[in-house]
Each structure stands twice: as C-alpha cells, then as structure tokens.
Design a protein around this ligand. Structure first.
Ligand SMILES: Nc1nc2c(c(=O)[nH]1)N[C@H]1C(S)=C(S)[C@@H](COP(=O)(O)OP(=O)(O)OC[C@H]3O[C@@H](n4cnc5c(=O)[nH]c(N)nc54)[C@H](O)[C@@H]3O)O[C@H]1N2
Ligand SMILES: Nc1nc2c(c(=O)[nH]1)N[C@H]1C(S)=C(S)[C@@H](COP(=O)(O)OP(=O)(O)OC[C@H]3O[C@@H](n4cnc5c(=O)[nH]c(N)nc54)[C@H](O)[C@@H]3O)O[C@H]1N2
Ligand code: SF4
Ligand SMILES: [Mo]
Length: 747
C-alpha cells in the first residue's frame, strides 16, 4: 500500500503515490489530480532516488580547527549553535543574526522559521530564496488587485481557454504536466509565447497553434506598453469592465500613448503585424471561450520586473480578463511551496496570513496568538540581496542560519555572496545533502526529506495540500521543527515551539485568521478527505477556488490600473537598460541599474532552467538518471554568433564580464537570437551562471536582474579573475575551507 503525497520539487505539486520497498528504492507512481492528471515529469519519476541516497547527511557536522567538517552528536552541535547565537547577539546585537529560508519548506516550517527568527533570535534579519522567484509578481499583484495569489483560479480552468498569452515561461521544461492545460488554446490557434528563445514551449505554437514573439531580452515592459497602446487605440478595450471594476484608466491611457506600434517594434524587435495579431487574438479570446495572461520568471527577474508584471496586469485589465468566470490573469509560482512559503512570515516584511509586519493591527493579532508583547516582534528586515550583501560586513550579519536554500549557487553575483558566506563568524546550514552552501558551513544539521515527514504545501493555485510521511527517515536525521524547538528551548525563547506538524499547523491557522491568506478553516482531517482547500478559507467558510469574481481585494473592490514606464534605455534596441558603468556596461551595480546590453562585441546572457535539473541542482545533480542526462553546463548559442567568435559546437567556451568568468561547453542552437546566449543556472563552481549575473535589484520587489547580463563569449577556457575573495579559486575546489568530511559513523 503506497502513501498518497506530492512531488518534492515544483509548485505544480503533482500528486504521486510513494510505496516503500524493503531494502530498495521506493516506487513512485503518478496519481490522479486536477493539476497533473496522473502525469509526472522526469524529475518527479526519479525523485525517490533522493531517499536513501548514499550522500544523504545523517549526522550533524562541525567544522574543526583544521577546517574539516567532522561528525558530532546532536547535543554538541546544537549546544555549539546556541552558544554562538548567544555570543553574536550579546556582542553585536540581535540583528547580527540572520536567517535565510526557502520556498520549498512546508507551511509549518516556513511559519515556525519566521516565529523562531522573531521570538527566539529576536532578529529582524530574515528573508528567503522566494525573493529571487516570486517577489516581482507578488508586488505587482498586491498593487493591482490588493492580493497576491499566483493563480486566482484552478489550473484546470485554462483547459477551455481560447487564448493564453505566456510571458517568459517555459512550462514545457519547468512544469511538463501543465502543458496539457494549454491544449484548448492550441486547438483554437490562440497560444502566444513571448520568449527571446524558441523554447520547447514556443514550439507548441507552430502549425497554426498560435504565435511566438521573440523579443530582444529585457524589453518586455516596452512590449506590453505597446500591446496596451494597440488595445486602446484599436478599440479592443472592454469599456464596461474598465468602468465597473477598475480605477486609473485615464492616467494609464496617457502613459501608453507614446508606445505606438512602430516604436514598440523598434525597441523589441517584434514585427508590428505580430503585435497586432497578438492583441486581436487576446481580444477575440476574451469575447469567445476565454482568455488568460500568465507570467513566468522570464519577465519578472529583471530590475523592472514589478513594472513589467504590472504592465501585463494592465493589459489583462484593459481586456476585462481578471476576475471573470472564464478568463483571468495569473503568475506561475515556481518552488514547491512558493505560494505558502510567501504567506506565513519568512519574508523580511511579513507576519503570518500575508500580514504586514509594520501594520499595528497585524502585530497585535500575531502577538496575541504567540502570547508575547507586541514590542517583542521586531520590525521589517532586509530583502534577500541586501541581507546577503550584509554578511560579514560591519553592522551586518555575523551568524547566519540557512534552511532550504543554496544561495552559494543561486544568488546573483555569487563571487560576492561566496565571500560574504566565507567571512561569517558562523554559518549554520540545515540540509539533507552537503549543498555548496552547506560545504561552507561551520555547522551542518541533517534534516528530513519530503517523503519522510508530514506537513502541508500550498500549490501554484493557492490550494493547500498534504505531504505525508511515506518512508522512515534515516537514523540520525531530525525534523527541522524539532531543531527549531530544541534551539528555542536552549535560548530560553518565549511562546511555544512544537515539533509536531499538525500542532504547528493549528497555530498557523490561528495566526493567519483574518489575514489575506486566511487558513483558519483548514485542518489536517479536512485535507485528508481530499477536499479542495483554496485560501482564503476562514473558519466556517468553504474556501475560494476563484478569487475576484465579484470584487478585487482593495477596499473599494476595484483593481488598480497602475501607469508604469519603460526606463530611458528602452528607447532603442541595442542599448537596453540604464547601466551606468560605462563602455561595456558591466560592473557591480547599485539598485535599479542594469547591464547595458550588446555594447561592442558583448552578448545578452539569459539564464534559466532545463527539464532535468531543479534550481541549484543540489538535489537533481545527485539523481543518477538526471545527472547522466545533463552532466554539465551547456551554453546555447546561435551558430552564426559562434562562428563569428571562432567557437565550435561542443567546444570549450568562456563567458566573461567584470563580475566573473564561466567555463562550459558550447551547444549550437538556431532557437537562439543572434544577440543572445542561454545558460542554465543549475551548476556550481566554474559553470555557475551566477558568477556573471548582477545583484542590481528591482526597487519595489528586491528581485535581482537574473535574466539578462552582458557577457563576452570566447573559445577555450580562459583564465578568469579569482572567484573567491578568501582563497584563490575556491570554486575550483581550493577555497579557504576544505569541503571534505571525515568519518561516517554516528558519534
Ligand atoms: N525543470 C525545472 N523545473 C522547474 C524549476 C527548475 O529549476 N527546473 N524551478 C521551478 C521554479 S522555482 C521556478 S521559479 C519555475 C520557473 O519557470 P520558468 O519561468 O518557466 O523558467 P525559466 O527557465 O527561469 O525562465 C523562463 C523563460 O524565460 C526566458 N527569458 C529569459 N530572458 C527573458 C526576457 O527578457 N523576456 C522574456 N519574455 N523571456 C525571457 C528564458 O529563455 C526561459 O525560457 O520553474 C519551476 N520548475
Ligand atoms: N541565474 C539565475 N539564478 C536564479 C534563477 C534564475 O532563473 N537564474 N532563479 C531563481 C529562483 S526562481 C529560485 S526559486 C532560486 C532557488 O534557489 P535555491 O535556494 O538554490 O534552490 P534549491 O536548489 O531548491 O535549494 C534548496 C536547498 O535546500 C535543500 N532542501 C530542500 N528541502 C528542504 C527542507 O525542507 N529543509 C531544508 N533545510 N533544506 C531543504 C535542498 O537540498 C537544497 O540544497 O534560484 C534563483 N536563482
Ligand atoms: S512538474 Fe513539478 S511537481 Fe510535477 S513531477 Fe515535475 S517537478 Fe514534480
Ligand atoms: Mo523560483
């Protein structure tokens, strides 16, 4: 008899059954569920290889004086951490302790981590890797609708749509079972994909199934302003809807007036006819079976990501899509619990229930649930990029706890991040593998995996799901809830810290009650019946599969049309962005500055994902079938761009800019624009894409500019600058810390 649970990876949270096998790898089977309908992708099918993996951490590790990580007992390891936390706090103040969470943590862990940081550590310095993921879309959704739930409708609603506009999302690789929900739009000829690459997803638009717009990277904002312009000027806007359900139309219309089609085309490189055909299809879809606009990281992970997502919402509002029964706007949440993980308090500015930490009413409510005085809840902290930039700096974080993230690989401008991690007084990492971040730690605490513990996850449609323990954990690993509870006890923290997931969920319900993301009516027995529990789900209520049908979440019930403008640099293709760092345009930027693209011989570097690997690769690079399929980083480059540089297909290639250099292998692809190359970010060391990305951030969301950097590309593996401030080329394995572990037995 197998156990019904959900996949460890992405936010589609495909349903699966895990069956324990005596002395063998558990069996995985797809399970019927509206999002995946029994389907799984290759990562899901092979996910059992993570359980019982030979590299699984099963004992705490402590860095000894000789720099080597050695096994230690839980009592010694936790004692060391507690002593360090007290020492840092005593000497440098509570904000010298920092916490970094993850969008893969269950709701219970994410909630308890936020509480642990505020009450047990007394620090404001907590943020998480979802800042790199959903922050721009969330900020835009909050601004326009007064609420951020990635998809305000069930995924299956898409099946009947006539038109779907997918902006910067490659679902064919990032959520393969999701692709079935695009079939209706493909049959109707209405799938429109916007991506500078002709991706597997863009290929679905072939043969009359729709359109592929292949813009200059980082020009989506201009593109969307241009589409709004056409909708208004060609009389395609839904005037009744705009009058009934929105505010701000006049200012919006003025703001898009300068974006006439020819200008938009000049900036984005998208032909005028394609722009017009896009708006025609969208308007027809809205009138007929239904139209949807969906965004992914391709448009959001930019310094203007919030404004770009806002422009996409404006386009949807002009067409009357959001909050209609058969149409809508949404963003595709990424990490397994990327939705729930952004609701319950691991964000710098947030308390549970999607409450603002600066709101006195919210603070009073949560303080009451926690049984503490309101004053003992610190104020807002720093968003992820700033938090990481503060590591080891005067006035910054000196002891850092990482739960469910691998920033050594996935944070932007990783040379700086690695230097920051290496300069800490103490780095404590909870993980089940020795990730690249864990390899730098002073203390590594081995935790349980997805199929070894109970909890809840909120999927990309805002539906709360049960994860269930299906196999016994290895002796030696402990639950993260237990670790927090145990540390809280050693620190003499106020309130209560339970290590029982259901008890923690019950507390989360109370803390979320009355908030935007209200879970108070949901409990484990309800979820165990298979009930479709979409939040908000207040006590005595029924849940909300479709939001906004009657009103948006702002006080007046109306959505906001928010005028946004493309930065000065979007004035012409060839000089995108507002880089201020001179010729070549690459440096360590301040907030808001973006690399100037295509100056001289440089190319635009786009980064993103492959089907076989997940994120930093800490998990999937350890799954034999996936590692064999994609063993190393390949740079996708157009054959003509390669030929101009003397680069051969399958040959070694160096990408470089002022921030760093990457060595990998070239792979020719006519799916690339001539001015753009693509590198996945799943690999560490010399292949790490984030050696090249900029830590410039969106001023509203704090999202870094992951998606476009300026690089030179040359044949061969050329010496780059040393990568690690501390000790030569740490990425090549010779850092100031040894990453080897000695001893394997439990102490
Ligand atoms: N296989 C796999 N699946 C995953 C993940 C994974 O790591 N691996 N991660 C999960 C997570 S956390 C997330 S956030 C999602 C992400 O899912 P997606 O958003 O689909 O993934 P990405 O590959 O990051 O980016 C999507 C596309 O953006 C394009 N792009 C780059 N620059 C631009 C631009 O300037 N404009 C436009 N319009 N497009 C651009 C890229 O070419 C890429 O094809 O995937 C989830 N699913
Ligand atoms: N260049 C570039 N960089 C990017 C992106 C991009 O498109 N381009 N995308 C960004 C995006 S969208 C995201 S979401 C981030 C993701 O960035 P990361 O934070 O690197 O994500 P993961 O690789 O999933 O790291 C999760 C780590 O936590 C561990 N883990 C998993 N579950 C648990 C748990 O329950 N508890 C604990 N303690 N550990 C756990 C895993 O083993 C792994 O080591 O990367 C961002 N970085
Ligand atoms: S699409 Fe996402 S949730 Fe589904 S099997 Fe693949 S990784 Fe897992
Ligand atoms: Mo993500």
């Amino acid at each position: 008899m197998g156990t019904a649970t959900h996949c460890p990876y992405c936010a589609l949270q495909c349903a699966m059954t895990v069956t324990a096998i005596a002395d063998g790898v558990p069996e995985i089977a797809g399970r019927g569920f509206p999002t995946n309908r029994g389907g799984l992708c290759r990562k899901g099918w092979t996910s059992a290889a993570l359980l019982g993996h030979p590299e699984r951490l099963t004992t705490p590790l402590l860095r000894a004086d000789d720099g080597v990580l050695r096994p230690a007992s839980w009592d010694v390891a936790l004692g060391r951490v507690a002593a360090q936390l007290l020492a840092t706090r005593g000497t440098h103040g509570a904000d010298a302790v920092g916490v970094f969470g993850g969008g893969g943590l269950t709701n219970e862990k994410a909630y308890l981590l936020g509480k642990f940081a505020r009450l047990a550590l007394g620090t404001s310095r907590i943020d998480y890797n979802g800042r790199f993921c959903m922050a721009s879309a969330a900020a835009a959704g909050n601004r326009a609708f007064g609420l951020d739930r990635g998809l305000p409708f069930p995924v299956a609603d898409l099946d009947a749509a006539h038109t779907i506009l997918l902006l910067g999302s490659n679902v064919a690789e990032t959520m393969p079972p999701f692709v079935q929900h695009l079939q209706g739009a493909r049959t109707a000829g209405g799938l429109i994909v916007v991506d500078p690459r002709r991706t597997a997803t863009a290929d679905f638009t072939a043969d009359g199934a729709g359109l592929h717009l292949q813009p200059v990277p980082a020009t989506d904002l201009a593109l969307l302003l241009g589409l709004c312009h056409i909708v208004i000027h060609d009389g395609l806007a839904d005037k009744a809807y705009i009058a009934d359900r929105t505010t701000g139309y006049a200012a919006l219309a003025r703001s898009v007036a300068p974006w006439w089609p020819e200008r938009t085309s000049r900036v984005t490189g998208v032909p005028v006819e394609l722009l017009r055909e896009t708006t025609r299809l969208l308007a027809a879809g809205a009138r007929n079976g239904g139209g949807y606009i969906l965004t992914g990281r391709g448009v959001e992970q930019h310094v203007d990501g919030t404004d770009t997502a806002t422009a996409a919402i404006n386009l949807a509002l002009l067409l009357g899509l959001p909050g209609s029964a058969h149409s809508g706007f949404g963003t595709l949440t990424g990490q397994g619990n990327g939705q729930g993980g952004r609701e319950h308090g691991q964000k710098a500015d947030q308390l549970p229930g999607y409450r603002k930490i600066t709101d006195p009413v919210a603070r009073a409510h949560v303080a009451r649930v926690w049984g503490v005085g309101e004053a003992s809840i610190p104020g807002p902290g720093l968003p992820a990029v700033e938090l990481l930039a503060s590591l080891g700096k005067p006035g910054g974080v000196r002891t850092f706890l990482v739960h469910g993230a691998n920033p050594a690989v996935s944070a932007p401008d990783s040379t700086e991040v690695l230097a920051g991690l290496a300069s800490l007084d103490c780095l404590v990492v909870c993980d089940f593998f020795l990730s690249e971040t864990a390899a730098l730690a002073h203390v590594v605490l081995p935790v349980l995996q997805w199929a070894e513990e109970d909890g809840t996850i909120t999927n990309l449609e805002g539906r709360v799901l049960r994860r269930r323990a299906a196999v016994p954990p290895p002796p030696g690993a402990r639950s993260e809830l237990w670790i927090m509870a145990e540390l809280a006890r050693r620190l003499g923290a106020p309130s209560t810290f339970s290590d029982d997931p259901e008890t923690v969920f019950t507390e989360l319900r109370a803390a979320s009650a009355g908030g935007l993301a209200d879970y108070s009516g949901i409990d484990y027995p309800l979820l165990d019946t298979g009930a479709a529990a979409y939040w908000p789900y207040p006590t005595g209520g029924t849940g909300t599969p479709r939001l906004f049908l009657n009103r948006f979440a702002h006080d007046d019930g109306r959505a906001r049309l928010v005028p946004v403008s493309a930065a000065a640099g979007s004035g012409s293709a060839g000089s995108v962005g507002a880089g201020t760092s001179g010729p070549g345009g690459v440096g360590r930027n301040g907030a808001g500055n973006r690399d100037t693209l295509f100056g001289g011989s440089t190319l635009a570097l786009a980064t993103g994902r492959l089907l076989e690997h997940y994120q930093s690769g800490a998990q999937t690079r350890r799954v034999p079938a996936l590692a064999a399929a994609r063993p190393d980083a390949r740079l996708l480059i157009h054959p003509a761009a390669a030929a101009a540089r003397g680069i051969s297909d399958g040959g070694p290639v160096t990408l470089a800019n002022a921030r760093g250099a990457v060595w990998c292998t070239a792979e020719f692809s006519t799916a690339m624009r001539l001015d753009t190359v693509f590198l996945p970010f799943h690999y560490p060391g010399r292949q790490s894409a984030n050696l090249l990305t900029s830590s410039a951030t969106d001023p509203v969301s704090g999202m870094p500019e992951f998606k476009t950097s300026s690089v030179t590309v040359a044949p061969g593996w050329l010496p780059g600058q040393p990568v690690h401030a501390g000790g030569g080329d740490a990425l090549a394995g010779s850092g100031s810390f040894s990453t080897s572990i000695t001893g394997t037995g439990t102490p």
